[in-house]
Design a protein around this ligand. Structure first.
Ligand code: PEP
Ligand code: MG
Length: 598
């Protein structure tokens, strides 16, 4: 019989497979690196005896001191970067010792005889509610400061040191409860082989970045952080959405083989990606790349992209305390435009908030951010920030073909106001004697159902539409794109979504404007026949998907795809549509995939 210790060892090393959402394809094998971004969320309440009260208060004071030291270290290290100005951190440092937070927490520990974590949470909660209810917007904004300061003290109290992803210096696989898009964008490809998270869904920005980086990722694992421990050997199978913990020897051999075949398959398909994506009946389809960071432009080129269909500019505003300057933005935009020239670059204006909060945008405290001050709404409320970006884009447009794309449009007035700001920016640039180009195509994202309904009116104000299916699906089906609990309902093939898209392509044809698609739906092979049938001749996707999509398009016939729509639009569910796609295109799809058995 096994003794207790041996039993534990056997149990701990037994192979376990957990399933999640395969958000980025590929296989990686390596050691787990636990990233605790949320130890502070699991605070428990417990009673402190009279005799222990002094100790508890001292524990709190020590945590405050530690948090203060951490702030100071960050302030010191960022002085050069921010020309001596670190106002947010300095506010935070002052708040640490503020009577309302510091003093009241100590009072609460004493009076209510409760632990420091609970007392702090209670006091911070009351303070944020108080600030939120104030009329003065400046004071309302203090809620974020209080929350962030309280979180930092809590981290010291519970001993959850925050991990700086950019500084990880081992070849590892990240395991986290969740990663924000800002954290994901700090991943260093030379170190991080892949990642898995408990939460998140296919269309979350975290998943999108994983695909763009080209590293395997499985999201929405549920309880990966409870099952996996630091340094555990794990396999991330982004093709099937599986994670194997403590793999047995045979499993490792099988996965090494699959990884090898997958890499080979990818290399083969990339070789052909520099040729056009032409259907069997001779129609050229442009396949563009989506990028988040300027450096990714290289990946679009390497994967045979015909241009940039979506440059998500908000990532340049993340992981920093201030806003980028016009020159900083211009330099990056010009680089991308020059590298891509003569191919077009579609620069989307700032789409922050929603799930992409940035440090400076205090509105991050919104209770329902997906429906909040996101994208164009934020920009029109902050014309100073918006104008800085518009000027940088107009200047970059002098160096190649730039298209300007506006996110989250839901009414005509937003376009009118943006055009007014653009005219003003152009006038000012001319007065400043700076080189720029005002003559650029301007389009809007169609990603809010209101924009679909209003498409005929909106079409009169713009040169093109670009359908953002990630949000269009989220808002049409009322499914949070990053929520694993409802991920099973997130269906690009839902008849309601397809009808929305059809309505937009019909309007675009009637109004004779271009219509593109840049949501994640465009990068998934199963959707391609329908999208071609609907008349799209330009699709934009994560760069990694370009070669396979091009290869698949070469097996399709446009007339057949158009005729196929007749069958699609009489179906009543996403499952039925998926089924008929497999019946018609299954063989061709199978050739594009690689599976476990050779
Ligand atoms: C979309 O919503 O489909 C889109 C492309 O934009 P994002 O994913 O950045 O919201
Ligand atoms: Mg969107």
């Amino acid at each position: 019989m096994l003794n207790e210790d041996t039993q534990k060892t056997v149990a701990e090393t037994e192979e376990i497979t957990i399933t999640g959402i395969g958000a980025s394809p590929g296989i990686c094998i390596g050691k787990a690196y636990m990233v605790d971004t949320e130890g502070v969320n699991v605070v428990k309440r417990y009673r402190i005896d009279n005799d222990d009260l002094v100790n508890e208060i001292n524990r709190f004071k020590t945590a405050v001191k530690k948090a203060g030291d951490e702030f100071q270290a960050i302030i010191d290290s960022s002085r050069d970067k921010f020309n001596g100005h670190t106002p947010i951190l300095e506010t935070h440092q002052a708040l640490l010792k503020d009577k309302m937070l510091f003093g009241r927490t100590i009072e609460t520990i004493e009076k209510e005889q409760i632990n420091a974590e609970w007392a702090l949470k209670k006091v911070a909660g009351k303070l944020t509610t108080m600030f939120r209810q104030m009329d003065d917007p400046y004071l309302q904004e203090r809620t974020v400061d209080v929350t962030q300061v309280a979180e930092r003290i809590l981290r010291s109290l519970v001993g959850a040191d925050s991990v700086n992803i950019a500084e990880i210096d081992k070849r590892v696989i990240l395991v986290a409860g969740d990663l924000t898009p800002a954290e994901t964008s700090q991943i260093n490809l030379e170190r991080i082989k892949g990642f898995i998270t408990d939460r998140g869904g296919m269309a979350s920005h975290t998943g999108i970045i994983a695909r763009t980086l080209g590293i395997p990722a499985v999201l929405g694992m549920g309880a990966a952080t409870k099952t996996i421990q630091n340094d555990d050997l794990i396999i991330v199978d982004g093709l099937q959405g599986l994670v194997v913990i403590h793999p047995a020897e045979q499993t490792l051999v099988d996965y090494e083989d699959l990884r090898f075949r997958y890499e080979q398959f990818k290399a083969e398909i990339v070789r052909d990606s520099f040729c056009e994506a032409q259907t069997m009946d001779g129609i050229d389809i442009k396949i563009m790349g989506n990028i988040e960071l300027p450096e990714e432009v290289v990946s679009v080129g390497d994967h045979g992209g015909d241009g940039i269909g979506l440059y998500r500019t908000e990532f340049q505003y993340m992981n920093r305390l201030d806003y980028p300057t016009e020159d900083e933005l211009f330099d990056k935009y010009r680089d991308v435009v020059e590298i891509m020239a003569p191919k077009p670059v579609t620069i989307r204006t700032l789409d922050i908030n929603g799930d992409k909060a940035i440090a400076g945008a205090r509105e991050a405290v919104e209770i329902n951010p997906a429906l909040g001050l996101r994208g164009i709404r934020y920009c029109l409320q902050r014309p100073d920030i918006f104008t800085t970006q518009l000027r940088a884009i107009l200047r970059a447009a002098a160096y190649g073909e730039v298209r300007l794309l506006l996110p989250m449009i839901s009414c005509c007035a937003e376009i009118d106001e943006t055009r007014r700001l653009m005219d003003q920016a152009a006038e000012d640039l001319a007065a400043d004697g700076v080189k720029f180009n005002r003559d650029i195509k301007t389009g809007i994202m169609i990603e809010v159902p209101a924009a679909v309904i209003m498409a005929d009116a909106l079409a009169e104000k713009v040169d093109f539409f670009s359908i953002g299916t990630n949000d269009l699906i989220q808002y049409t089906l009322a499914i949070d794109r990053g929520n694993r609990e409802v991920a099973y309902m997130y269906h690009p093939l839902h008849p309601a979504v397809l009808r929305m898209i059809k309505r937009v392509t019909n309007v675009a044809a009637k109004k004779e404007i271009e219509v593109y698609i840049c949501g994640e739906m465009a990068g998934d092979l199963i959707h391609i026949p329908i999208l071609l049938g609907l008349g799209f001749n330009e699709l934009s996707m994560n760069p990694q998907a370009i070669p396979t999509v091009k290869c698949f398009i070469r097996t399709l016939n446009l007339d057949e795809a158009k005729a196929f729509l007749g069958e699609v639009f009489i179906q009543r569910s996403a499952e039925d549509i998926r089924q008929i796609i497999y019946e018609r295109y299954g063989d061709r799809l199978a050739q594009m995939r690689i599976t476990m058995s050779p």
